[in-house]
Write a protein that binds this ligand. Structure first.
Ligand SMILES: Nc1ncnc2c1ncn2[C@@H]1O[C@H](COP(=O)(O)OP(=O)(O)OP(=O)(O)O)[C@@H](O)[C@H]1O
Ligand SMILES: [Mg+2]
Length: 253
């Protein structure tokens, strides 16, 4: 991946200010995020952890410009996305963000290679360059041989890796993942995290991933812990993990 550009380290890429998100309407309306202030800087590798239902996916949807906040501001490279229409959000997503979902949503009628090429087409990359880069990415993820198969003839873990290649295709400002290794066995999850680590180290790639796996979270640099729609802890990985362990032990006493 020599064509990758290096990102400038340390500047703010995404900032949330007083973000509230209400899901549902009327009787079933629920405040899933209750006031989030968060700043992600270039080159950070962050894990978002917390109990089921705490608001992690809701937060990722907002970071990924897949949804708008009910209140508050979301600044991506300084520009507030809260007021953008659907087209504006799509443009931000395609040009700046690479999202890896828990369920990968590959297009079944396209091959793995074509799935990875798709976001590059949307960004105006030429056919030759797109296919070359897609091929490189798939090879790097151990799928070089299977690039021409449709998702239906790939295993779950292989499909997940295609989805990861697709997320990386446009050299996004930020890679976002909601349990990106959730469907993978330990060995493949390890491969994916190794790729993340290398992107962070070599290209100052910014990566934010939700994970329930504390061994995986331990490989990041920063942990953001969400409980009941609020940030309960946020800091260097080792410190957050130690506080978390201490609290868990205190509860058991
Ligand atoms: N349409 C909706 N209407 C009302 N509440 C909703 C709606 N969708 C989700 N919720 C609630 O919002 C909260 C946050 O959901 P979210 O999906 O962000 O949790 P999560 O932390 O990602 O959980 P998990 O670890 O299980 O994926 C949950 O308590 C959920 O029940
Ligand atoms: Mg979730």
């Amino acid at each position: 991946m020599q064509t990758q550009r290096k990102h400038e380290k340390g500047r703010t890429v995404i900032e949330l200010r007083g973000v509230v998100k209400v899901l549902g309407e009327g009787e079933t309306a629920f405040e899933a995020l209750k006031g989030i202030d968060l700043r992600i800087t270039q080159g950070e590798f962050c894990a978002v952890v917390g109990p089921s239902g705490s608001g992690k996916s809701t937060l990722m949807y907002l970071l990924g410009a897949l949804d708008r906040p009910t209140r508050g501001e979301i600044l991506i490279e300084g520009a507030n996305i809260a007021g953008l229409d659907d087209r504006g959000l799509a443009q931000v997503r395609n040009s700046k963000l690479g999202f890896i979902f828990q369920f990968h949503y590959l297009m079944p009628e396209l091959t793995a290679l074509e799935n990875v090429m798709m976001p590059m087409f949307r960004a105006g990359t030429g056919l030759h360059e797109a296919s070359q880069r897609a091929d490189e990415l798939l090879s790097e993820l151990g799928l070089g041989e299977k690039a021409h198969r449709p998702p239906g003839r790939l295993s779950g873990g292989e499909q997940q890796r295609v989805a990861i290649a697709r997320a990386l295709a446009n050299q996004p400002l930020v890679v976002l993942g909601d349990e990106p290794t959730g469907n993978l066995d330990t060995q493949n999850a390890d491969k994916v995290f190794a790729i993340f680590e290398r992107l962070v180290k070599e290209q100052n790639q910014t990566i934010v991933v939700v994970t329930h796996d504390l061994d995986m979270a331990a490989r990041t640099q920063r942990i953001i812990r969400i409980v009941d729609g609020r940030i309960m802890d946020d800091g260097p990985t080792q410190e957050v993990l130690e506080r978390h362990k201490a609290q868990a032990m205190a509860r058991n006493d």
